[in-house]
Write a protein that binds this ligand. Structure first.
Ligand code: ATP
Ligand code: MG
Ligand code: MG
Length: 382
């Protein structure tokens, strides 16, 4: 019985483990946390730090192939594992995705336009910034997620203050673009260079965190969808990527497509695939890393995903008391698929699960989603 390993024990690891297990693989998770969502469901949980040599050695010994679910896994750890085992995605590709400076250079090399930007490493860089980049967004080059590690700035004074606030670490300043909407594309590529892609997802963020994903993307022309799919495929191919890759794009008010960033793993905006497609993004991660056939996935139902953040576990009346949301009422609605990640406690902003809604039409999916959101007390400004 072959084993597959995953670096990181979060919800993405958990859903990967489920997909791997259904194809008959043993699963091994490496994560320091005793209660990690993936560690709780894997056959084996190696509780160690990502750079701990003993833990990495054990993982490599146990597994035929290893992947990562955690964007900030140290690239050196993947490189060490790769000395003895097949690792997908490779450390070099993950390193590009972990650093906004390397990432933007890679977009340029793939002939995909990103926002105008400048790299800020010193006071001199700050002073040399062109007026065209303001208003802008200052983002730390590494470790940002869910809108953390970035500050919006309107003037040079605000820029200087923001750089201090971000502890003067290496940053990029991006021009603030006039967005019409946001989309993402999930691709899976194998070691032979074969690639398959899911349809374009339309995403809505609230307070910097993904809130809603809709497929088919209601606001995106067929031509733009084609362009986004082709751009994502070039980005994957030009770094010889193996595994599932998510690329986020902006569509500007003037209709231009601009790449934002990418994640070297299955992505929150692809969770709808678990119920709306005949293969999920996690199924394709397993296939891509093991050399099993990559088959073009088919969307069989229009769908809408609602992210379930920890806020839902608290009522405004009793903010300190954790309670269970009204799942029984939500599950009474047609086409609802609840996915909870098994996290031991809720916190505001923490990703606790997601609700996929499938229906015979996009209108029907949206109508059920609004009913579910009302039952749960979810924000409905979409
Ligand atoms: P994620 O959780 O997706 O990894 P992140 O913290 O890495 O997010 P970004 O995706 O870079 O952050 O930015 C977060 C959001 O901020 C974007 O989804 C978009 O809504 C907005 N944003 C980012 N860059 C720009 C820009 N240059 N112009 C306008 N809006 C932007
Ligand atoms: Mg990001
Ligand atoms: Mg993002």
């Amino acid at each position: 019985e072959a084993s597959l390993g995953v670096m990181g024990g979060g919800q993405l690891g958990r859903m990967f483990v489920h997909a791997a297990q259904s194809l008959g693989f043993r699963t091994v998770v490496l994560d320091p946390d005793a209660d990690s969502p993936a560690g709780l469901v894997a056959h084996q949980h190696i509780r160690s730090d990502y750079l701990d040599v003993a833990g990495l050695t054990l993982l490599a010994q146990q597994c035929a192939a290893i992947t990562t679910e955690f964007e900030n896994v140290p690239a050196q750890a993947l490189e060490r594992l790769a000395q003895t085992r097949f690792v997908a995605p490779a450390g070099a590709a993950v390193a590009i995705c972990q650093d906004r400076v390397a990432e933007k250079a890679h977009f340029a090399a793939s002939a995909v336009a990103c926002a105008p930007y400048a790299v800020i490493v010193s006071e001199a860089d700050l002073l040399a910034v062109g007026d065209d980049l303001l208003p802008g967004i200052l983002k730390t080059a590494t470790l940002g997620y869910d809108g953390k590690g970035q500050v919006r700035v309107r003037s040079r004074a605000e820029l200087a203050a923001a750089w201090s606030e971000l502890k003067q670490v290496r940053c990029v300043l991006e021009q603030m673009l006039p967005l019409a909407l946001e989309i993402s594309v999930i691709s899976a590529r194998n070691a032979q260079g074969e690639i398959v892609q899911f349809p374009v997802q339309q995403n809505l963020h609230i307070d910097g965190i993904l809130a809603v994903t809709q497929v088919p993307a209601p606001g995106v022309s067929a031509a733009l969808q084609e362009q986004a799919l082709a751009s994502a495929a070039r980005i994957a191919a030009s770094m010889n990527y193996v595994g599932v890759l998510c690329v986020e794009f902006f569509i500007l008010q003037d209709g231009r497509l601009i790449v934002n960033e990418m994640a070297p793993r299955p992505h929150n905006s692809g969770h709808y695939t678990m119920n709306a497609c005949d293969l999920s993004q996690f199924d394709l991660q397993v296939r891509a890393m093991t050399g099993l056939p990559l088959v073009q996935p088919r969307l069989h139902s229009p769908t809408l995903m609602l992210n379930l953040l920890g806020d839902l576990w608290f009522s405004p009346a009793e903010p300190g008391v954790e309670r269970t949301p009204a799942w029984d009422q939500v599950l009474a609605l047609p086409g609802t698929h609840l996915h909870l990640y098994g996290k031991t406690s809720a916190r505001p902003g923490r990703k606790m699960g997601h609700l996929n809604i499938t229906a015979a039409s996009a209108e029907q999916a949206e109508s059920v989603a609004r009913q579910a959101a009302a039952l749960l007390g979810l924000a409905m400004d979409w």
